[in-house]
Write a protein that binds this ligand. Structure first.
Ligand SMILES: CC(C)(COP(=O)(O)OP(=O)(O)OC[C@H]1O[C@@H](n2cnc3c(N)ncnc32)[C@H](O)[C@@H]1OP(=O)(O)O)[C@@H](O)C(=O)NCCC(=O)NCCS
Length: 199
């Protein structure tokens, strides 16, 4: 971001009219593209989020119906309209239309310059490096796009695939957050990882 666009003058203008400044960036990420999530993605989202086994470590209960997936589309879209806007993209293969997963950032705290990363991919698209390409591109955008210097990830200690992706992207395990997760009627530990800008 140039000095002018990052200046306090521009920041105060954006604070006055945040909607007017919020474009939705569509990104080119190698074999995949990152685009806006739309209502027509609900059934593909349900195929992922309704799969209890697949979403075992995700941190949210699996969806019970396609109607829940419509609500999820709306809640992903709403990220962009928070006071500190986050973002959630659909991940789509360039050679085959249709949502194969999502990724993005939430719990953005611009005053602290931090946010959390989230992502999931369909079983049929797992194990091809698509998520890694998507996240590399999303992270490169996030430093200026969200005005953050630190991206955090909260991962279940048994979610080995997720830890492997983050490791390849340069995230560092900072420690265990004890009893911060809740699943199946019980509290459980989560690992906290982070990536710093320029690290
Ligand atoms: C976590 C998750 C996104 C990882 O997906 P993934 O496809 O394994 O991740 P990557 O894109 O990094 O792919 C890596 C795999 O692709 C393989 N691969 C194949 N071609 C590749 C290429 N061109 N480039 C890079 N990797 C490639 C790698 O060897 C690796 O395979 P391996 O794990 O069998 O060794 C997925 O397991 C998931 O959606 N889980 C459920 C939701 C979830 O837990 N989300 C995270 C919450 S914290």
């Amino acid at each position: 971001m140039s000095d002018f666009w990052g200046s306090s003058f521009m920041r105060s203008l954006r604070a006055l009219a945040p909607e007017a400044w919020l474009s939705f960036p569509e990104l080119d990420a190698g074999r995949v593209r990152l685009r806006r999530i739309v209502a027509a993605d609900a059934s593909a989202l349900f195929a992922i989020h309704g799969d209890a086994e697949r979403m075992r470590w995700y941190g949210a209960s699996p969806l019970a119906s396609e109607r829940d997936a419509v609500t999820l589309v709306r809640s992903f879209a709403a990220e962009r309209h928070r006071p500190d806007p986050g973002i959630r993209w659909a991940i789509e293969r360039k050679d085959q239309p249709g949502l194969i997963g999502t990724c993005g950032f939430f719990d953005v705290q611009r005053a602290r310059g931090t946010c959390l990363i989230g992502y999931e991919i369909a079983g049929h698209a797992q194990g091809h490096g698509y998520m890694r390409e998507a996240l590399q591109c999303a992270i490169a955008w996030a430093w200026d796009g969200l005005e953050v210097h630190r991206i955090e990830a909260q991962v279940h200690p048994e979610n080995r695939r997720s830890l492997a992706v983050l490791d390849k992207l340069g995230f560092v395990v900072e420690g265990t957050q004890r009893g911060v997760g809740f699943r199946g009627g019980r509290f459980h530990d989560m690992l906290l990882l982070s990536l710093l800008r320029g690290a």
